[in-house]
Design a protein around this ligand. Structure first.
Ligand SMILES: *[C@@H]1O[C@H](CO)[C@@H](O)[C@H](O)[C@H]1NC(C)=O
Length: 226
């Protein structure tokens, strides 16, 4: 997308992007824009760059969280029984792997990323509050999940703003999420098992978001060999 700065509408767009990037800055300390030819521009590219980098970091952190949780609660009976295919996002029509992502139109790919990010908005809040009710949950797990939540919020804001820049505002429909009854159980082992199931879904989904946003980053920034 080219921004012509002589048009007022472009200035408004630029301001909107700046506002969004300022929000992002809280989560990731990257420059707000790149200086090229002594001018500050390419917000669009920079947003893709940031989204790619941040989503990659999130996917690593979620994976670490999953391993950490699994190690800590390995003695809980039936921990691994819950199949990761039963996630609230399973039915979303999103590419399964990098090969599929590469063959998806960039707008549809960004939309797929947005769908997954939006779908986790409430469940992630539930997970954070649920974990804090489990006895002796290591601080490391709580701080990791809080940090992940913050970063996911930032990527979501960025992706939402890229989507509305491309498409204008459209109506959004998130997959239905009603708090899992298991998450509210009085039995602590049950809550640990369902938290484990959710973290495994999160792990699965954010590997996908990482793939989508980095395929997009390569495409938008015209990077070779990735
Ligand atoms: C991702 O992690 C790397 C390595 O820790 C860091 O240098 C980079 O700034 C992070 N990216 C973002 C956008 O936070």
């Amino acid at each position: 997308m080219q921004l012509s700065l002589t048009q007022p509408s472009s200035w408004i767009l630029l301001l909107l992007l700046m506002t969004n990037l300022l929000l992002w800055k809280n989560a990731a300390s990257v420059p707000m824009c790149a200086m090229r030819n002594a001018r500050c521009f390419t917000f669009f590219e920079d947003t893709f760059e940031l989204a790619g980098s941040l989503s990659h970091n999130i996917s690593i952190e979620v994976s670490e969280l999953f391993t950490e949780f699994e190690k800590h609660y390995s003695k809980v009976p039936g921990l691994r029984d819950k199949s990761p295919t039963r996630c609230h996002t399973s039915f979303l029509p999103t590419p399964e792997n990098k090969e599929q992502a590469r063959h998806t139109h960039y707008e549809a790919l960004l939309k797929s990323g947005e769908m997954i990010l939006d779908a986790w908005e409430s469940p992630l809040d539930d997970l954070v509050s649920e974990l804090s009710t489990i006895k002796n949950v290591p601080d490391k797990i709580i701080s990791k999940v809080t940090d992940i939540k913050k970063k996911i919020d930032a990527v979501q804001k960025g992706v939402n703003s890229l989507m509305s820049t491309m498409n204008g505002d459209e109506e959004k429909k998130n997959p239905a999420w009603s708090r899992l009854p298991l998450l509210q159980s009085d039995n602590e082992d049950t809550r640990i098992r369902s938290s484990y199931g959710m973290i495994s879904c999160l792990d699965n989904d954010f590997k996908k978001v990482d793939i989508y946003l980095n395929v997009l980053k390569c495409y938008m920034l015209k990077i070779d060999n990735c």
